[in-house]
Ligand binder design. Sequence first.
Ligand SMILES: *Cc1c(COP(=O)(O)O)cnc(C)c1O
Length: 233
Amino acid sequence: MSARGDELAAGLDRVRERLAGACRDAGRDPAGVALTVVTKFFPASDVRLLAGLGVTEVAENRHQEAQAKREELLDLGLRWHFVGGLQSNKAAALASWADVVQSVDRAKLVAPLARGAEREGREIDVLVQVSLDPPGADQRAGAGPEDLPALADAVEAAEGLRLRGLMAVAPNDGDPARAFDLLTGLHARLREQHPRAEELSAGMSGDLEAAVMAGATRVRVGSAILGSRPSVA
Ligand SMILES: *Cc1c(COP(=O)(O)O)cnc(C)c1O
């Protein structure tokens, strides 16, 4: 295998070991925690190498980049996730490639996304992104906890969209375990109304252990596998 292939294999091994260790510590079955590899900013050739190493789900955060990579890698049959910030006038376009949209954080996105799904003749799995930042924080990505019930209902009601659960990013400062505890509580409440919303997407390179401890069913890991990203464009 190429030098890059060796690097990715080593990164993937380390992350799989961390996940196994975290599941042991939490008394959880590793089969209950899915790995999404965040491949944003990295070339399609890396995604192909990862697929050869058994990766089946990848995430991207820019529409055009993701669309181009997926087009080039159609033969791999990967499941493509979108985890980026979303403008309502771009939401419909995601349906051309995204199998899962993890970052639906306001009701305005629901109708265009559903329209896109209908146009493409497919169903899109949706996770609602919730903010774990204190109210009023700058750069708050994600719905406020108070807005979750209405947003979840809107997704559930939309033709072509399937509400599958919640996604969150722990705030930069502060204890991820505390943030994820809040998230676990919100997820439990959501599932009382929407029992099929089973997924809890939380945990990245720096905090996947805390997320597994809090009950994450899916982690999203980039740099711990692929290395540090080229500077943000
Ligand atoms: C980039 C990104 C990740 C991966 O972050 P790493 O720290 O590189 O593992 C996970 N989730 C979201 C929403 C991201 O944008």
